[in-house]
Design a protein around this ligand. Sequence first.
Ligand code: CP
Length: 310
Amino acid sequence: MNANSLVSIADLSKEEILHILEQARYFEENPNHKILDGKVVATLFFEPSTRTRLSFETAANRLGARVIGFSDASTTSSSKGETLKDTIIMVSNYVDLIIMRHYLEGAALYATEVTETPIINAGDGSNQHPSQTMLDLYSIYKTQGHLDNLTITMVGDLKYGRTVHSLLMAMRFFNPTFNFVACNELRMPDEYMEFCDRHGIKYNVSTDFSPEIINTSDIIYMTRVQRERFTDIMEYERVKDLYSLNNAMLSDSRDNLKILHPLPRVNEIAYDVDDNPKAYYFQQAQNGLYARQALICNALGIDILKTQKD
Ligand code: CP
């Protein structure tokens, strides 16, 4: 296993997280650095993506790397029965870094066990999405000025939403208070509440997206109900429209409140929120580019801040 791989956000210390955020800020201010000339990056997406794949590929391009890969596994030899192991070993022969998304939880960890090429997990099933978390942290830091002592309300699909699982774990260093707002079917899994208990993280569980919760939040993190994870489509139909945020609901919210969403959205944020200055989800996605430039460098053992000092 390559020590620079990023499989879970839990792999990163507080110092490492803060250092990556500093590098993201550097890349926001200095976007084009051809420091990866001659390197090849693979993006292997076994699940659909817009933001993650395109921002990783743009990040690699801005750093001067070449990108190969696929966005539709049905066009690859995995459709002929090639295993994930063989695919990873083969691609490792060609590239310096593999960025992969897979529908199976643990797929990225498994990939690190069959290759010495660094792996970045771009989402594995309902488990983890660590690069999303870095852009979420960067967005929170930019909008709040710090990461400490914030009240963060997570709403929607807390069962299958890998972004909320990763973000919750990363926030353990910053003394947050969480509100977990979801219906019983999609409540935050016990293992993550136990994680909060172990790390002394305060949290409230509610099925009601109440004015009191909205008006005491610094961050509201809306999520899509993940239709692709349901085995029973009738259950999806029952729960898909339970939580939706509209502009009127924000009338008494805190001045510093920002609305985040990993996107794509379906109907959990009404379009009338988009023009509210508290809506931040499109800028959040843009921040992904800078965070992912930092993560690619990190995975290749390059510290852009140190490089600039030398
Ligand atoms: N947030 C996110 O992972 O978006 P994509 O599925 O479009 O990559």
